[in-house]
Write a protein that binds this ligand. Structure first.
Ligand code: BTN
Length: 248
């Protein structure tokens, strides 16, 4: 599959917002919208995403005929694509995924994914697959420590890629997973994602709005939802929310 073209802005409010505006105006993509700087970068659960120059901010605008529940699987493709990108610059053993789509480097968050969607007036579901990768610097003041690729480069890599190169390579990595997903379905994607994901079989705490649920992760269901075994023996399937793995 040919990677979608990349449109790089010097600055925008948010590449996800730009993708949404284009989708609402009838654009279908596929197109990567990237920016060197965002003035209103957004993260999951209404958080801000620090967006100073040097890091990668990119959103794939695309349109699918898949039903929304299946379309949500792109979030797993995004995490795998980022992991493949990072493997080129950092020791692959340091690159892992935290459910569902945070990418970690040496145990600290280096990239996040925010997928938004809507329905085109002419039919079809548009998706804005937003990806932020800390190439040069880690944001300060995050709830859990974050890191940047520049802090974990492989011995033979002098510097992290430029934003242009990283955006192009990310588009290429994503296209590989997109093609596997479209030709083979979700199972091989989920298997590859599982192989890189840590914490799926140990203590876990899920925060869903104001509710905090403690339990033990027991892997994921076939749609990628986290299986959380509760102290009373019950099972909760968690599809979205903040989950902390490990004790405390
Ligand atoms: C998260 O909270 O982990 C998701 C962060 C997603 C950030 C990216 S940066 C590019 C795109 N544009 C945005 O405003 N957000 C996403």
């Amino acid at each position: 599959m040919t990677p979608a073209p990349v449109l790089l802005f010097d600055q925008t409010d948010s590449t996800n917002a730009e993708a949404r505006r284009r989708a609402e105006a009838g654009e279908t993509g596929p197109l990567w919208i990237a920016a060197r700087r965002q003035t209103a970068g957004r993260g999951r659960r209404g958080r801000a995403w620090e967006s100073d120059t040097g890091n990668l901010f990119a959103t794939l605008l695309t349109t699918t005929r898949k039903p929304p529940a299946e379309a949500a699987q792109v979030t797993f493709l995004a995490a795998l694509a980022v992991a493949d990108l990072l493997d080129r610059y950092a020791p692959p053993s340091l690159v892992t995924i935290k459910w569902p789509n945070d990418v970690m480097l040496a145990g600290e968050k280096v990239a996040g994914v925010l997928v938004e969607s809507g329905v085109h007036a002419a039919g079809g579901l548009w998706l804005a697959v937003g990806i932020g990768v800390n190439l040069a610097h880690a944001p300060a003041g995050t709830e859990r420590p974050a890191t940047a690729l520049a802090q974990h480069l492989s011995a033979d890599v002098p510097a992290p890629p430029s934003v242009e190169v990283a955006a192009r390579e990310l588009a290429g990595c994503f296209a590989v997973w997109m093609e596997r997903w479209e030709t083979l379905g979700f199972q091989p994607v989920l298997d590859a994602w599982r192989a890189r994901t840590l914490g799926l079989d140990g203590p876990a705490t899920a925060r869903l709005g104001h509710e905090t649920i403690e339990g033990r992760a027991e892997g994921v269901a076939t749609d990628g939802a986290l299986r959380l075994r509760l102290a009373d023996g019950g099972l909760r399937l968690i599809s979205a929310g903040d989950v902390f793995f490990g004790e405390g």
